[in-house]
Design a protein around this ligand. Structure first.
Ligand code: HAX
Length: 473
C-alpha cells in the first residue's frame, strides 16, 4: 500500500531519477562512482562504529567550549582534510598534486573546477573526457526560466545591497526548483535516496548559480540586469563564468580556473562548510543549506576577508603616498608599512588575510596564487606590495603576540590577481569565493546523506552549570 503510494507520488512529481540518469550517461557514471566509493567506505564505517564506538578522537574542555570549539574533532566530512602545517588536501591530493593531475583548461595550465567536483565527489581523478562530459551536463542543466526568475528576484533588491546578500538571495530564489524539497514533500524521499535528490539539486545549483552571480557582477558594474555575454556551451565552467561577467582574456580564464579550483573546500569545520552541512542535517535542501553557508562566508573573519585585504592594501598605499615613501627603497617601504600596521593593530583591529583557526604555516592556497603572479605578472605593483607585506607581517604578528598563526591565508593574495585583470570591484570578491565553495560543501552534503548522517545537535552548557561543576559554587 505504502509502496504503491510512493510509486504514484513519484510519477506525479515527475522525479524519476533513474529516467533522468538514462538521459544523462555522465550523471549515471558519477552516481556509480559515488556508490562504489560509498560501498568501500561503508566497510570501514561499520568496523569503526562496531569496534571503536567509544574511542576518543579529541576531548572537549572548558577552554574549547569558550573558545569556539577549537581543537575538538567532532565531525566526519569526506571531501577534504586540512593539516595545520601541510594545508589542504582534496581527497588526499595537495594543491600542487591537483594542479598536476586534474584535467586542465584549453591552455593546459590550470585545473578545471568541474574536475575538482568529480574528485571531491568520487575520490577519483576524472579523465579529460569525464570532466568534459560533466561540464556539458552542467551546461545542459542551465534552465533559462529558473535562472531568469532568480535573476529577477535579485534585481528586486535595493541598489547598493552587498553582492553577497544578493548571491545568497539568488541561491534561495533558485530553490523553487529543488528536487529534494519536492520529493520530501511528495513523500518519495527517504533515507536511502536522499543523496540522489541532493546530487540532483547540487548539480543544478552548480550549473545555474554562476549565471546569477555573473548577473550580480554586471548589475554592479553597469546597473543592468543582464549578463555581459551569453553563456557559451563550448566553454568550461570557469571560463564561461568569466565570459558571462564580460572577461574574454584566456589568461584571466586560467586565473579563474585556478581561483575557482583552490577555493572549493577547506575541510568541514570552517564556517561556510559547517553551516551548510549543519543546516542540511535538518534535511533542508542543498539550496537552503548553501545559502546559509554563504551568509557565514560573508563574514569578515571568513570569506569577506578577501574584500577587507584590498581595503588594507589600498589604505597602506595611500598612507605611503601621503608620506612620500619611496617604494624603490625596500628598507624605507618596510619601515613605513610596519608603522602603519602597528597603528592598525593598536586600534584593536585584525590584519585581514593573516592568521587561521587551523593552519600554522603559510596557506598553500596563498603560495599557489603567488606562483601564478610570478609566472604571469611579477612586476605588478600591488603584487610587490603584497610580497613586501609577506616579508614583514609574520614578524609583526609574532611580536604582537596574540595570533597563533602569523602567516598569510588564501585571502591575502586573491584580490591581487583580480585587480590585475581589471576586476576592480572588491565588494564582489567574496561572491567568487562562494561560487567556488559550493563545489566542496555540496559534495559534503551529498556524502552526509549518502552515509546516512543524522541531525547534527551538539550539547551546550551554561556558565552557571560549569561554575557549579568546576568552581563548586
Ligand atoms: N591580526 C590581528 N590579530 C589577530 C589576527 C590578525 N590577523 N589573527 C588572530 N588574531 C588575534 C585574534 O583576534 C585573537 O585575539 P583575542 O584573543 O583578542 O580575541 C588572538 O589573535 C588569537 O586568535 P587565533 O587563535 O590565532 O585565531 P582564531 O582561530 O581565533 O581566528 C581568524 C582565526 C582567521 C579569524 C583570525 O586569524 C583573523 O581574524 N584573521 C584575519 C581575518 C582573516 O584573514 N580571515 C580569513 C581566514 C581564512 C578564511 O576563512 N578565509 O575565508
Amino acid at each position: 500500500m505504502r509502496t504503491a503510494r510512493f510509486a504514484m507520488l513519484s510519477r506525479c512529481s515527475g522525479l524519476s531519477l533513474r529516467c533522468a540518469s538514462t538521459a544523462s550517461p555522465i550523471v549515471e557514471e558519477l552516481r556509480a562512482a559515488l556508490v562504489k566509493k560509498n560501498a568501500e567506505d561503508m566497510v570501514l564505517i561499520k568496523d569503526l562504529k562496531k569496534n571503536h564506538d567509544g574511542d576518543a578522537i579529541g576531548a572537549s574542555t572548558v577552554g574549547a567550549a569558550y573558545g569556539g570549539m577549537r581543537g575538538i574533532t567532532g565531525l566526519v566530512y569526506e571531501p577534504s582534510l586540512l593539516d595545520p602545517v601541510e594545508g589542504i588536501r582534496f581527497r588526499g591530493l595537495s594543491i600542487p598534486e591537483c594542479q598536476e593531475k586534474l584535467p586542465k583548461g584549453t591552455t593546459g595550465q590550470e585545473p578545471l573546477p568541474e574536475a575538482m567536483l568529480w574528485l571531491l565527489l568520487t575520490g577519483e581523478v576524472p579523465t579529460a573526457e569525464q570532466a568534459k562530459a560533466l561540464n556539458a551536463e552542467l551546461h545542459r542543466r542551465a534552465d533559462k526560466e529558473v535562472i531568469s526568475r532568480a535573476q529577477k528576484t535579485v534585481a528586486a533588491l535595493p541598489k547598493g545591497t552587498h553582492p553577497m546578500t544578493e548571491f545568497s538571495a539568488g541561491v534561495l530564489a533558485l530553490q523553487t526548483d529543488s528536487k529534494f524539497a519536492q520529493a520530501y514533500s511528495d513523500g518519495v524521499a527517504n533515507k536511502s535516496n536522499y543523496w540522489e535528490y541532493a546530487l540532483e539539486d547540487s548539480l543544478n545549483l552548480i550549473s545555474r548559480s554562476p549565471h546569477v552571480a555573473a548577473m550580480i557582477y554586471n548589475r554592479l558594474r553597469t546597473g543592468k540586469v543582464e549578463l555581459a555575454a551569453e553563456s557559451r556551451p563550448e566553454l568550461d565552467w570557469a571560463s564561461n563564468f568569466a565570459n558571462m561577467m564580460g572577461f574574454q582574456s584566456e589568461e584571466f580564464w586560467d586565473c579563474m580556473r585556478l581561483y575557482l579550483s583552490i577555493h572549493v573546500d577547506h575541510e568541514g569545520g570552517n564556517v561556510s562548510a559547517h553551516t551548510t552541512t549543519l543546516v542540511a542535517s535538518a534535511l533542508s535542501d542543498p539550496y537552503l543549506s548553501f545559502s546559509a553557508g554563504l551568509n557565514g562566508l560573508a563574514g569578515p573573519l571568513h570569506g569577506l576577508a578577501n574584500q577587507e585585504v584590498l581595503k588594507y592594501l589600498f589604505g597602506m598605499q595611500e598612507l605611503c603616498r601621503a608620506d612620500k615613501v619611496d617604494f624603490k627603497d625596500e628598507a624605507t617601504a618596510e619601515k613605513a608599512l610596519t608603522k602603519y600596521t602597528w597603528n592598525l593593530l593598536n586600534s584593536g583591529r585584525v590584519v585581514p588575510g593573516y592568521g587561521h583557526a587551523v593552519l600554522r604555516k603559510t596557506d598553500p592556497r596563498y603560495t599557489c596564487q603567488r606562483d601564478f603572479c610570478m609566472r604571469h605578472f611579477p612586476d605588478d605593483e600591488l603584487f610587490q606590495l603584497v610580497n613586501t607585506i609577506y616579508k614583514i607581517m609574520p614578524g609583526i604578528l609574532t611580536e604582537h603576540g596574540k595570533t597563533k598563526n602569523p602567516y598569510p591565508n588564501v585571502d591575502a593574495h586573491s584580490g591581487v590577481l583580480l585587480q590585475h585583470y581589471g576586476m576592480t570591484e572588491q565588494v564582489y570578491y567574496t561572491v567568487l569565493f562562494g561560487v567556488s565553495r559550493q563545489i566542496g560543501v555540496l559534495s559534503g552534503v551529498i556524502w552526509d546523506r549518502l552515509q546516512g548522517r543524522p541531525l547534527e545537535r551538539p550539547k551546550s552548557i551554561t556558565t552557571e552549570a560549569l561554575a557549579k561543576r568546576f568552581l563548586k559554587k
